[in-house]
Design a protein around this ligand. Structure first.
Ligand code: G3P
Length: 217
């Protein structure tokens, strides 16, 4: 399975990329809008830092303009993946771009029927938004389960990229279900490795070692 960071902030991405555990990055217009500077340079810096797939989203509404924007985004870096919203025009654009050998991440997915159409359009990735469904009292994890079932039933190759992640529990559950990728906000990534018993256990080890007067040298 793959771990992507959900961020457009190179200063968040760089230190976490040093772990060697980051397989890609997802951005979106809201995340990019928060960053100062030229968006192409921001995406280029991210694509230079993380060698895996870097999702960059179109902002056009009509398919022909989405395709024009996709061509502009693709010129930024070879590892740019074109992020396309799950609309009728988005499905048309996805179908076209896949046939032209682009990688496409179909985003803003909130139902199995949407995910089905994205897979039939040949999407490289589908991004179901877990947290935003939970935010309205629905069950985001159930959506991941249902998409996994449908994709497996028909051997669709589209990768499930669980998005809109709010908690470590979300991550643990989508991986148990069998999502192919999870895209994680940096602040949640930092919660993945932290546990109070690890901290306490290390303190005890080091304290006992220090008392022993022994040294590794
Ligand atoms: O970037 C796509 C998705 O991860 C956004 O999540 O937190 O804005 O619902 P969020």
């Amino acid at each position: 399975m793959k771990i992507f960071l959900d961020s457009s902030d190179i200063n968040e991405i760089k230190p976490l990329n040093k772990t060697g555990l980051i397989d890609g990055v997802t951005t979106n217009p809201s995340l990019l809008a928060k960053q100062q500077g030229n968006f192409k340079q921001i995406l280029k810096s991210i694509a230079n830092e993380v060698k895996g797939p870097i999702s960059a989203e179109v902002t056009a509404i009509k398919a022909d303009k989405m395709i024009d924007e996709a061509r502009i985004l693709q010129k930024i870096a070879k590892n740019i993946v074109i992020k396309i919203p799950l609309t009728l025009d988005g499905l048309i654009a996805c179908n076209y771009l896949i046939k032209k050998k682009f990688m496409v991440n179909v985003t803003l997915c909130f139902s199995v029927s949407q995910a089905l159409l994205a897979a039939k359009a040949g999407a490289t990735f589908i991004s179901p938004f877990v947290g935003r469904l939970d935010d309205i009292g629905e069950n985001g994890l159930q959506l991941i389960k249902d998409i996994r079932t449908v994709y497996d039933n028909f051997n669709f190759k589209t990768k499930i990229l669980a998005a809109s992640i709010r908690t470590v529990t979300h991550i643990q559950e989508v991986l148990k279900i069998g999502a192919d990728v999870v895209t994680i906000p940096p602040k949640i990534f930092h919660e993945l490795y932290k546990h109070e018993l690890t901290v306490k256990g290390l303190e005890t080890f080091l304290s006992d070692w220090k008392k022993s007067g022994k040294q590794i040298n």
